[in-house]
Design a protein around this ligand. Structure first.
Ligand SMILES: C[S@@+](CC[C@H](N)C(=O)[O-])C[C@H]1O[C@@H](n2cnc3c(N)ncnc32)[C@H](O)[C@@H]1O
Length: 414
């Protein structure tokens, strides 16, 4: 549903409060309530308070700006599925922003029309409140006012991740060299199988050193990469000067354009350890998709780690490179409550030092990630665990997913 907040104090009025109580009752029944507040960029405090209160109550709220919408789109409607029969209600608005005539319809075409408008707003024009106000923050799943204007999102990197390969990107390339060619071939195979023509633009989210992006760039000149680690981007920029690379967080990135294909491989999405991080990251990916954009994901295959699966609890590997020589013992532990795989990597380096890397990865099961993707407007085309895209029982170390973004065919609301 949308809430065109120029209707002023409506939420505080008697009908507004009654309507809100009905929303809370629906949440209690297990329904999901999604609402887009439509407001002017000059936000009023009363609107902030309402958005904050509704978010805290469990309503999934986003904000769209009137200035970004066509002037003839006066949107104030609700589509209800949590009723015996789906129904849409909408009201016309007076030029001063007040609500006038109310309408109610069970007609399928009316419902579909409003649903399409809603999805188009939700995915293209509306953003979550934390992107609008940096004096709000999420704490333990709740939005709170942060008087010190702390960073919008809690950090995922830096404090929680230590990886000496990120500070020595040339070593990352050595360590992972065996992956790059099979992965680029696999991506080409996905294109062959699922695209009627070769994509002409590509965004690699969490691109790291861009080893395979630089291979794909030979066919797709409009290739972009984004990564949270400046060291990785600096190294990749020097090595592959024709790529368009940026330092940025996948949860907040906004390149202001869309791409035919978005890649997020090398277990990058597993760095989104909480459900809210996964949601925020997928929303951010959606901002860079248009209808039929292809998304290719590579995740840690949590299903392969179930009892009888392959992951050892301890692994030791040697490394012998001019700038790093020694041995690394990696210990994997499960945090079952938070569905995390925790990795501690203890180095014994020939220079006598013993640094330790650590990192937590979110474990996602195939149906779980499929659900997240569908919630964000994607349709999964195939899940597979091998570079040849062969069907199987998903026992491989990585879970690959090819999905298509199924945005509505509505034109953007300019
Ligand atoms: C294992 S590396 C994968 C790099 C590359 N995709 C590959 O397959 O070789 C994970 C990368 O994800 C990046 N990363 C982790 N969290 C991120 C975030 N929130 N936003 C952007 N990049 C992130 C890290 O900086 C790192 O370069």
């Amino acid at each position: 549903m949308t809430s065109y907040v120029n209707i002023g104090q409506w939420w505080k009025s008697e009908p507004g409060r009654r309507y809100y109580v009905a929303n809370l009752a629906a949440l209690n029944r297990g329904a999901t309530v999604r609402r887009v507040f439509i407001t002017r960029k000059q936000l009023k405090d009363e609107i902030k308070q309402e958005v904050l209160a509704q978010t805290n109550d469990g309503i999934d709220v986003r904000v769209a700006f009137e200035e970004d919408l066509a002037s003839d789109r006066q949107l104030n409607f609700s589509v209800l599925h949590d009723t015996k029969q789906p129904v849409v209600t909408w009201s016309s608005l007076t030029p001063s922003g007040g609500a006038s005539e109310g309408h109610l319809s069970f007609n399928e075409a009316d419902i579909q029309r409003h649903l399409e408008i809603f999805e188009s707003l939700w995915h293209h024009k509306a953003v979550e409140p934390t992107r609008v106000w940096n004096d709000l923050r999420i704490s333990e799943g709740k939005l709170e006012v942060d008087s010190s204007k702390a960073p919008i999102l809690p950090p995922a990197l830096g404090t929680e991740v230590r990886n000496i390969l990120y500070s020595k990107p040339e070593l990352y390339d050595v360590f992972h060299a065996a992956r790059f060619v099979p992965l680029s071939n696999m991506i080409h195979e996905v294109f062959r199988r699922y695209c009627s023509k070769m994509p002409t633009s590509l965004l690699d989210v969490g691109c790291g050193t861009c080893a395979y992006l630089s291979v794909l760039e030979k066919d797709i000149h409009d290739s972009w990469g984004i990564d949270a680690q400046k060291s990785m981007i600096d190294y990749a920029t020097l090595k592959h000067p024709t790529l368009r690379l940026k330092v940025g967080d996948m949860r907040t990135m906004d390149l202001g354009r869309t791409f035919d294909c978005v890649l997020c491989v090398g277990w990058v999405l597993n760095y989104a350890t909480r459900n809210s991080d996964i949601d925020v990251t997928l929303r951010s990916i959606v901002r860079h998709c248009h209808k039929d954009s292809l998304l290719i994901l590579e995740l840690i295959n949590a299903a392969s780690l179930l009892p009888g699966g392959k992951r050892n609890t301890t692994e030791t590997v040697g490394v012998n490179h001019a700038t790093l020589a020694g041995e690394a013992t990696t210990i994997f532990e499960f945090d079952r409550e938070n569905q995390l795989l925790r990795r501690t990597r203890k180095w014994k380096l020939h220079d006598g030092s013993n640094p330790t890397d650590y990192c937590s990865f979110r474990m996602l099961f195939p149906s779980e990630i499929e659900h997240f993707l569908e919630e964000h407007g994607f349709r999964v085309l195939q899940s597979f665990d091998n570079h040849e895209l062969k069907p199987g029982d998903l026992i491989g170390e990585s879970l690959f997913i090819a999905a298509r973004y199924c945005a509505t065919t509505l034109q953007p609301l300019h």
